[in-house]
Design a protein. Structure first.
Length: 593
């Protein structure tokens, strides 16, 4: 929790005023038993009605002031806790945005969602309760002890003994429950993971009739969460009866002692009532303190989880500004992309995903990347915008190591269309402006036309103003792919990466898209990752990968003659195998399945 307190600094004033007003309210509460004692000792004993009335009005005034101070304290506590949670949530979200892909692979999505929502809300509740009660309750307890000593020192010994015993019980329960609350949150992560998988994959689940298995898995994790909650609940619930029993024992001892003192004439009846009221205040405050500690236990566990994310190294270090800047003429003379002895291994993996890659791509080239499943195609292109850092070697873009670019600058040169087409809630125009915020409607329309998405937009009411549902659920797979390609084109990238982004397109649309890409500026370098040889056959160069190694680089015709793996992939996609033939090359249009 200490790590998170720095985010409370903007609300330092509120964090001081809230407990301060609560302490004043508590001081007024401690005066009440003494006033009641005076009413009995003076007013009732002497039958002085005026004295009783004046003391009664004084009590009303104390109550009114106490209410005003309490409301003021609540206002400042709420302002501080809500503001703190807002800042914390923003910092947490900003920090997560800086995570490398490797770090996001390590920390699961459902965990991050829980920590940025439920955990932060619990921390907010804890801060609110602490500002209002953490000082007030102990102040009342120890204040009652001090006031009791002013009434009668011997009777006050009951307070002096009961307070440390109660504190020992409370802190013992706290020490047991804090680690258990952390386990509760971990169990909750598991429930959220199962829920997320079930909801996002509901069609697959039904297609394979796996509803019962999913329900069983959910029930198992939900039952584990319930059992853990019950265990923590039972231990925490023991706090209230334990404090009640101890306090009631203390009250019995107090009456026994006070009765003897009254009989001996050492103590008056009004003093006994004052001592009882002070003990009653202690009961109320200790119950509040018990509830506060339960909330604090949850909040501390959640705070540790939030702090753990904030302490997590984003995984990549960027220079403050791009190193070794070059002029425009120098930029024109350097290659677009260079891989130099590049090796890459995913975190936790035993084998390299890419091994010793060496190639150079000039500006304006169209490069196809193909290979079997798991051969490293997506991994290769993800290294260009520096979504991952290489394990060995270096990746250069426009003659600079990608590690020399300042945060966010490299991606301004690159248009990335990932494997999974993702659209965001909002209008089509809003989604297109992710490519470039200041893009005009004319530029957006041009990109949409190039991406073969014009018919998609024309078919929607309102066209660019048509509302996209979360995740683009109101579009088909092929429509989403075309729109994501258009979004990348809106940014006028110098390097365009299409990571198997036409897999959901029919062959005619795919062909038209490839023809449209040929009309782009001659300086734009295009990387096309595909499973189809038809999608990359007209590329200037094709890179063939197999188990992380480059097994062939060349044109379509050259690879048919020299690369067995490429030839096998091509033959598997054509009706008539194009086997290696001496002195012959393919001609005419490829016949596709």
């Amino acid at each position: 929790m200490k790590y998170l307190l720095k985010y409370l600094k903007p609300y330092t004033k509120e964090s001081i005023l809230a407990p301060a007003f609560k302490l004043v309210e508590a001081l007024l509460d401690l005066i009440v038993p003494l006033v009641i004692s005076d009413i009995i000792k003076v007013g009732v004993k002497n039958n002085d009605r005026n004295y009783i009335l004046m003391r009664f009005l004084f009590l009303i005034g104390l109550a009114a002031l106490g209410l005003a101070f309490s409301i003021t304290a609540q206002y400042f506590a709420a302002k501080a806790s809500v503001g703190f949670a807002t800042v914390l949530r923003e910092k947490l979200f900003d920090h997560i945005q800086k995570f490398s892909f490797e770090k996001l692979d390590k920390i699961k999505t459902e965990t991050l969602i829980t920590r940025i929502t439920g955990d932060v809300n619990q921390v907010q509740t804890g801060v609110n309760m602490v500002l209002r009660l953490l000082l007030r309750s102990p102040f009342i307890v120890f204040g009652a002890l001090i006031v009791a000593f002013t009434v009668n020192k011997k009777a006050a010994l009951v307070f002096a003994v009961s307070i440390p015993v109660l504190a020992a019980v409370i802190f013992a329960i706290m020490a047991i429950t804090i680690p258990l609350y952390r386990k509760v949150q971990e169990k909750l992560d598991g429930v959220l993971l199962t829920t997320r998988e079930s909801l996002t994959g509901v069609r697959v689940i039904r297609a394979f009739c796996k509803e019962e298995e999913q329900v069983r898995e959910f029930d198992e994790k939900n039952d584990a969460l319930t059992k853990m909650n019950l265990l923590v609940g039972r231990i925490s619930a023991f706090m209230n009866p334990a404090t009640y029993v101890l306090i009631n024992i203390a009250i019995c001892v107090l009456f026994w002692q006070s009765g003897r003192f009254v009989y001996d004439g050492v103590l008056e009846q009004g003093d006994v009532l004052a001592l009882y009221n002070l003990m009653a205040q202690m009961i109320v405050e200790l119950i509040k303190l018990a509830a506060l500690i339960i909330t604090m236990n949850k909040s501390l566990a959640c705070a540790d989880r939030v702090a753990a994310v904030l302490r997590e190294d984003p995984g990549m270090v960027y220079p403050e500004k791009t190193m070794s800047s070059w002029d425009s003429n120098e930029k024109k003379s350097v290659p677009a992309v260079s891989f130099k002895d590049v090796c890459f291994t995913y975190a936790g993996a035993k084998e390299e995903a890419l091994t010793g890659l060496n190639f150079t791509i000039e500006k304006g080239e169209t490069v196809g990347i193909i290979g079997g499943t798991g051969s490293g195609k997506s991994t290769l292109v993800n290294l260009i915008p520096r979504f991952y850092d290489v394990s060995k070697g270096s990746v250069e873009v426009f003659g600079k190591d990608v590690k020399e670019y300042a945060a966010g600058e490299l991606v301004h040169h690159i248009g990335m269309v990932p494997q999974k087409a993702v659209l965001f809630a909002g209008s089509i125009r809003d989604n297109m402006k992710w490519g470039r915020e200041d893009a005009s409607d004319e530029e957006i329309e041009k990109a949409i036309k190039l991406a073969q998405a014009k018919e998609v937009v024309d078919g929607k009411e309102g066209r660019l103003d048509y509302i996209v549902e979360q995740g683009g659920k109101n579009f088909s797979g092929g429509q989403k792919q075309r729109l994501t390609i258009a979004r990348a084109l809106v940014g006028n990238p110098e390097i365009l990466i299409l990571d198997d982004s036409s897999s959901a397109l029919d062959y005619a649309t795919d062909l038209n898209l490839r023809k449209a890409l040929k009309t782009l500026d001659d300086d734009i370098t295009v990387f096309i990752v595909s499973q189809r040889t038809s999608s990359i056959k007209n590329a200037d160069r094709i890179i063939v990968l197999d188990d992380g190694d480059i097994v062939g680089i060349g044109t379509h015709e050259e690879l048919l003659d020299s690369c067995e793996i490429y030839r096998e992939i091509h033959n598997s996609q054509t009706k008539e195998p194009s086997a290696k033939r001496e002195g012959s090359t393919l001609s005419g249009k490829e016949v596709l399945v």
